[in-house]
Ligand binder design. Structure first.
Ligand code: AHR
Length: 307
């Protein structure tokens, strides 16, 4: 059964043992792999028993996993919702079973915020704005139209919705910026490559690629090179995440700017979990701290990146 009112003090285990059910989005990107590792390692370190389930980017799989966690009467459920909408019913079931829920990484659009205790993750709108701000600065002296193509993340996901919105807000201030094509690449390298190939075929004059994550940007680089163009020069590239392969491409001059999104949410998630299981008050929103990287900065920090 559930643990309540126990004093967690110390290294966990014993009578205070907590079981967490964690429903992960999938394994779509380098970011996701690093996030999974962070959650698994932090659970082990905190003495929390982790029931881990990979939804392979499908909401129905996540709903099934959450129902199974409820049936198993875990102490706390944490999950990264693949899309924003459609969670009210299953979250209500968890609430009725008195199992606290923590959202990690991605948000839900449920009106009833009592359905979860806390939301830990990045400010994706801010990330989109940072991408737009770099572009505004980079093209401050340009008078010609700047043709932009956008590779969106998974349709309906919080990071795709918000990174698109934040970016659009910033570039809207200057009419020279034109998004000439915008499509989902599902946050994967393979899809990023495929969609970029199609963009290149139908648009001879692309100045900038804005990809919602590194992996799609890396796939797009292959497409750009395949079309005989030089990524980072003929087409400027902005991505989000700052995983190792992305940072390497940035240091190599193939990407021009990366907005960081930290996948290392495990330690904070375990702290929050211990608190909610004890019935302690936790902040409704915990925002991850993040930075941005230029090519020069990537060269400096590359060897010290953890993921
Ligand atoms: O939700 C975070 C996003 O999901 C990352 O930016 C992307 O790489 C991942 O697939």
């Amino acid at each position: 059964g559930g643990v309540s009112g126990s004093d967690g003090g110390g290294s966990g285990g014993g009578d205070d043992a907590i079981t967490m059910g964690f429903s992960q989005v999938g394994a779509e990107s380098g970011w996701r792999t690093a996030n999974t590792k962070s959650v698994q390692e932090s659970a082990a370190k905190a003495g929390i028993t982790l029931k881990f389930s990979d939804a392979q980017q499908k909401q129905e799989n996540q709903i099934k996993a959450i129902r199974s966690f409820i049936q198993q009467r875990v102490d706390v459920i944490a999950f990264s919702p693949v899309v924003e909408s459609g969670w009210d019913t299953v979250l209500k079931e968890a609430q009725n079973a008195k199992i606290p829920v923590i959202l990690t990484d991605r948000a839900v659009d449920s009106k009833d915020t009592s359905l979860y205790k806390s939301f830990l993750g990045s400010d994706f709108i801010e990330e989109g704005k940072k991408a737009g701000q770099w572009l505004v600065e980079e093209y401050k002296d340009a008078t010609d139209t700047v043709n932009i193509v956008e590779l969106q993340g998974t349709t309906g996901s919080a990071p795709a919705n918000d990174r698109k919105e934040g970016f659009a807000q910033v570039i809207a201030a200057e009419p020279k910026f034109k998004v000439i094509a915008s499509q989902t690449g599902d946050f994967t390298r393979a899809k990023g490559k495929e969609v970029m190939e199609a963009f290149l075929k139908s648009n001879p004059d692309i100045d900038v690629l804005y990809a919602h994550n590194d992996d799609m940007g890396l796939g797009a680089i292959e497409a750009i090179e395949g079309a005989g163009k030089v990524p980072g020069e003929d087409i400027k590239i902005i991505t989000v995440d700052a995983v190792k392969d992305g940072m390497q491409a940035l240091a190599d001059g193939k990407i021009n700017y990366i907005v960081e999104c930290s996948p290392l949410l495990g330690p904070q998630l375990m702290d929050l979990a211990k608190k909610v299981v004890k019935g302690e008050q936790v902040p409704a929103r915990v925002v991850t701290e993040e930075t941005t990287f230029t090519q020069e900065q990537a060269k400096e920090v590359l060897s010290t990146r953890q993921y």
